[in-house]
Design a protein around this ligand. Structure first.
Ligand code: DLL
Length: 445
């Protein structure tokens, strides 16, 4: 009976809205709001050291509709680095209440500042995302992602508290303790990178737990590229629904775009962002539905607005209205970053294409790595794959067949023939933050 009530309670939560009025705003009203916020943002941005000279002579009143944004120059990561530390800030310093930084490992960090308004609107965006995926008050939420300069921890934390979930701020790592917390406090919803979600399931299995025994019903995964097959894998392992979450620190962090219960693309919150998709080579705008680089403008941020930011992420917009009733544009799964693209023997290959193939083989465990080497004058693609222990039972013919099947499926997908190496589970290094999927040693050889 209690179980039935529990299910009924969550059924009532599903298809819920956090801010129905804004989430379902008719397109013309949404665009009106975007244009007004764009004008306000341009006026505000002019106060910063960086945008002041750039926007000299640009009158905010010229922006009658969101599409007029094309006359503003792009902003790049290099602009953010060159204007480290406060170069893009346009409020008095004593109004700033938070600093975050991007998780990139090369070059100077890019720092982002927020005032109270910014933290509050970001929190509201996360609240929308959480409720949109069917979670809310009554849920126990375990936030298994880095807190600190990285935006994933605090971003979700504030949103989850706003909707009234019981939040366990467990952060990343200490996997045994994560499992214990999950068990003792009956966690129903968690947040993790997809690679950490898989890692936790391996640790559960090692400790003799079946991931399905837990009370988990929803997982939010994001912060790194992952394929549809990986989502299915996590859903099957835990027997829960998994939703994709996209964002980047320059645009706040998580809460930029998120899947609804239809799991059919991620809604990008257009009352807070203006989205463009461009050809990364020519910088020309692409038509709806064409895949290209996402360019995003923040239109509801006060301390540090960013105009036409080149995210470096590749995706496309999805056509048509979503069955959930939300009017905000949907974007596809992120294919990768423009700079993730590997050119192997002249062929363009994204790691996500290889991951999609690997995860469709049930024998393949949760971790893989792509190595690129030089073989004479040619590139060599080596895919190191962990298999489940049951595959190492001495049946070599079975392994040979699997090797051939995976090799063929990968070369059908990406045209390049890979060499496959099988490994026992736990052999490849595990990253606590974002997983390292590609090791390119071609320049060292
Ligand atoms: O990863 C923010 C975040 C935290 C998003 C938690 C979702 C969940 P950064 O560290 O600045 O911020 O990294 C941003 O990560 O430009 C993408 O290349 C990649 N990325 C983020 N989410 C996804 C996703 C956070 N769902 C960079 N799918 C972005 C694919 C993603 N890539």
């Amino acid at each position: 009976m209690i179980n039935l009530l529990y299910k009924y309670f969550f059924l009532c939560l599903s298809m819920a809205f956090w801010d129905k009025h804004v989430e379902t705003l008719p397109r013309d009203k949404l665009e009106e709001l975007q244009a007004k916020r764009l004008r306000d943002t341009v006026a505000r941005a002019k106060k910063s050291v960086f945008y002041g000279p750039r926007l000299k002579g640009v009158e905010p009143t010229v922006f009658k509709k969101p599409a007029d944004i094309g006359s503003i120059p792009f902003t790049t990561k290099n602009d953010l680095r060159a204007n480290y530390d406060y170069g893009l800030v346009c409020v008095p310093k004593d109004e700033i209440i938070r600093l975050h930084a991007s998780s990139g490992t090369t070059g100077k960090a890019t720092v982002i500042f927020h005032n109270r308004h910014d933290i509050d609107t970001w929190t509201e965006l996360l609240a929308r995302c959480i409720v949109m995926a069917g979670a809310g008050k009554g849920d126990v939420f375990q936030n298994m992602i880095s807190y600190g300069l990285f935006t994933g921890g605090l971003g979700f934390h504030y949103g989850a508290e706003r909707v009234g979930m019981l939040v366990i701020p467990s952060g990343i790592g200490n996997t045994k303790r994560q499992i214990q917390l999950m068990k003792d406090f009956h966690t129903t919803v968690y947040h993790a990178t997809p690679s950490y979600a898989l890692h936790v399931s391996e640790e559960m299995a090692r400790d003799g737990f079946d991931p399905k025994e837990f009370d988990l019903r929803i997982g939010f995964v994001g912060a790194e590229p992952h394929s549809e097959q990986t989502r299915k894998r996590i859903e099957d392992i835990y027997d829960m629904d998994v939703y994709n979450s996209y964002g980047m620190s320059e645009l706040n962090g998580p809460g930029v775009a998120f899947e609804c219960e239809e799991k059919c693309g991620m809604h990008l919150w257009e009352d807070n962002y203006i989205l463009e998709v461009i050809d990364p080579k020519t910088c020309e705008p692409l038509s709806p539905g064409e895949e290209g680089e996402l360019v995003v403008t923040t239109i509801n941020r006060e301390a540090m607005p960013i105009l036409r930011y080149r995210t470096g992420d590749l995706a496309k917009t999805l056509e048509g209205r979503c069955a959930c009733g939300r009017t905000h544009v949907r974007i596809s799964r992120i294919k990768g970053r423009c700079d993730d693209m590997m050119i192997i023997r002249g062929v363009n290959v994204y790691p996500s294409q290889i991951e999609d193939v690997l995860m469709s083989f049930p024998e393949v465990a949760t971790t893989y790595q792509i190595h690129l080497l030089r073989d004479g004058s040619l590139d060599a693609l080596i895919v190191k794959v962990e298999l489940y222990p049951k595959m190492f039972d001495g049946d070599l013919a079975k392994l040979k067949k699997l090797e051939a099947d995976i090799g063929k499926a990968i070369s059908d997908e990406v045209v390049v023939k890979p060499r496959i190496e099988f490994l026992e589970p736990g052999t490849l290094p595990r990253a606590e933050g974002k997983a390292v999927r590609v090791v390119d040693k071609r320049c060292e050889m």
